[in-house]
Ligand binder design. Structure first.
Ligand code: F6P
Length: 339
């Protein structure tokens, strides 16, 4: 193996740059050249982006470990869902004499890799980089820990002003269709309510609204302080804003909605993500040298392992029951002490 193609795809995640650096350093150690392709899979299928492809030198990855975003840029690429796009990608990889393709991204990006198998015979490997932590088979994805910390820092600030005014806030967190960020942030911020896919059934919307109204009213009667509800994006139709509107309309409860949004994707990666990304980048290069293909690097019990791309995207990784129970129990204990 002489030449690796590297790209970042889908929602960027803090730590992607650390992973890029690690792949380049490891490859350099084994005298393998790394070509960086820009703007996700567009780098393989669109003329203007293909033209940007360039060797990633040691200098290029110097001083990037602490940077959020991705120096290779990112994108979601519709063409990779079509035969035409997949053929274009294969042609580009062949034209550039690429032996192996490394993609840093999430499940959508890995579906692209799987589809490419039918068009290109080089080695392929995925490195899990997404704030959502929703990839099965790996304990953590790159970017998740930083996103959780960002959520915590933001809600700690909201708590200050919420306390000062004894206000109720509804804070909406990212995570696409999984509650990993919501549960972790909710517990760490001592949110009074955590609303996520794992503890909420969409059919129970009206009874949930009633229950929320009762619980908020009781809590406010018992103690003069702030009240924070964290809610997963894509859970409540209309999100935090609509939930606030409904609580006002139906129970005369005033809530301030706050959508944290893309702030959770940015910022300097915390130590955990830098280290995870560094370990995963090295493991990916090593696996390619060992002749592996169609796999994703996975962290399992602190060790680097590999699972097939198929396995990685078959199911969304669920929030552990232990975490859900812990949140429930701590909430129950808090309610008792306040009565
Ligand atoms: O997958 C990462 C993520 O940030 C999700 O949490 C979120 O639902 C989505 O990407 C947002 O995507 P976009 O930036 O394209 O709106």
């Amino acid at each position: 193996i002489k030449r690796i193609a590297l790209l970042t795809s889908g929602g960027d995640a803090p730590g992607m740059n650390a992973a890029i650096r690690s792949v380049v350093l490891a490859a350099h150690h084994y005298h393998i050249e790394v070509i960086g392709f820009y703007h996700g899979y567009n780098g393989l299928v669109c003329e203007e982006h293909i033209a940007m492809a360039e060797p990633l030198t040691l200098l290029k990855v110097n001083s990037i470990i602490h940077l959020g975003g991705t120096i290779l840029k990112s994108a979601r690429c519709q063409l990779m869902h079509e035969a035409k796009g997949l053929q274009l990608a294969a042609d580009t990889l062949n034209d550039k004499n690429i032996d192996a393709l490394v993609v840093i991204g999430g499940d959508g990006s890995f579906s692209g890799l799987l589809a490419l198998q039918a068009y290109w015979s080089g080695q392929m490997i995925g490195i899990p980089g997404t704030i959502d932590n929703d990839l099965d088979g790996t304990d953590y994805t790159i970017g998740f820990a930083t996103a959780v910390n960002t959520g915590i820092e933001a809600i700690d600030k909201i708590r200050d002003t919420a306390d000062a005014f004894e206000r109720i806030f509804i804070v909406e967190l990212m995570g696409r269709h999984c509650g990993h960020i919501t549960f972790n942030v909710g517990i760490a911020c001592a949110a009074e309510q955590v609303l996520s896919f794992e503890n909420f059934n969409a059919n129970e919307q009206s009874s949930k609204l009633q229950q929320l109204a009762t619980e908020i009213t009781t809590a406010k009667k018992n103690r003069h302080s702030s009240y924070i509800i964290v809610i997963a994006e894509n859970l409540w139709p209309g999100g935090a804003v609509e939930l606030a509107r409904q609580l006002h309309l139906q129970a005369d409860i005033e809530c301030t909605p706050c959508i944290l949004g893309h702030i959770q994707r940015g910022g300097s990666p915390i130590a955990k993500d830098r280290i995870l990304a560094t370990k995963m980048g090295v493991a990916a290069v090593q696996a390619l040298i060992d002749g592996e293909s169609n796999i994703m690097v996975a962290e399992q019990n602190n060790a680097m392992n590999f699972i097939t791309l198929d396995e990685a995207i078959k199911h969304k990784k669920v929030v552990s029951k232990q975490l859900i129970d812990a949140q429930q129990n701590i909430l129950a204990l808090t309610a008792q002490t306040q009565c």
